[in-house]
Ligand binder design. Structure first.
Ligand code: ADP
Ligand code: MG
Length: 225
């Protein structure tokens, strides 16, 4: 099985009052296709830094990140943003939908940015929204949706460009317990069905049964539990 995501000896240093602190310290991780990995850790342990580097939003001080085998190092800003568009889907704590776009349009916007053909985009948006159980809500505006429904739109939107890796930062934090589980089981189902990888940063123990491996971020490294 191929690795959709590889982090190779990632170190990230931040300056803190004149001294350098290693927030990530030679951290390595390989995530294969169809695999869902959870990363936990207390506040300040470096989870957001980890996710930003893995998602090609922040450069490591040293080390490399491979997305579907392609390195993020030495790329121009424009190449990197193009790479993010092709290879990565993000899901945030709140769905971050565009308030004045209908459900279906949220997905079509992403397709347009990446230059997907209109007919193909319309077909894919319908298919993805059907898979997350929202076929009946194509024309609803976000304000008419429940928190769980919004997060399901965010999942479908994150998959729209057929990315290699899905990154989720506390995707259940704004949802009640049963809806939270719903969302994570939906993410798990989609990444297995489409042979993607997913990395979920979470505080929520209840979602761990849906994850193939669970890591704690400790002293800049990932320790498997
Ligand atoms: P978490 O998401 O686990 O709460 P973060 O990755 O946000 O942790 O932060 C880890 C540590 O790195 C914290 O001590 C934070 O203050 C520090 N840090 C994060 N970003 C920066 C930055 N841009 N400049 C300086 N320090 C930072
Ligand atoms: Mg954080």
């Amino acid at each position: 099985m191929r690795n959709r995501l590889e982090l190779q000896e990632i170190t990230r240093t931040f300056e803190d009052g004149g001294t350098e602190r290693n927030i990530l310290d030679q951290l390595s991780l390989e995530v294969a296709e169809s695999e869902l990995v959870a990363v936990m850790g207390p506040s300040g342990s470096g989870k957001s830094t980890f996710l930003s580097i893995a998602g090609a939003l922040l450069e490591p001080t040293s080390g490399d990140v491979l997305l579907d085998g392609e390195s993020i190092i030495g790329k121009t800003k424009q190449d990197l943003s193009e790479m993010r568009l092709r290879k990565i889907g993000f899901i945030f704590q709140s769905a971050n939908l565009v308030p004045y776009l209908k459900v279906e349009e949220q997905l079509l916007l992403v397709a347009k940015l990446s230059g997907m053909k209109k007919a193909r985009a319309a077909e894919r948006a319908k298919e993805l929204l059907d898979r997350v159980g929202l076929s009946h809500r194509l024309n609803a505006y976000p304000e008419k949706l429940s928190g769980g429904e919004r997060q399901r739109v965010a999942i479908a939107r994150a998959l729209m460009n057929d990315p290699a890796v899905l990154f989720a930062d506390e995707p259940t934090a704004s949802l009640d317990a049963s809806r939270g589980l719903d969302i994570v089981s939906m993410i798990a189902k989609q990444i297995k069905h489409q042979k993607k990888s997913a990395v979920i940063v979470t505080h929520d123990d209840r979602i761990l049964p849906f994850c193939d491996r669970v890591f704690f971020l400790e002293e800049g490294k990932l320790v498997q539990k």
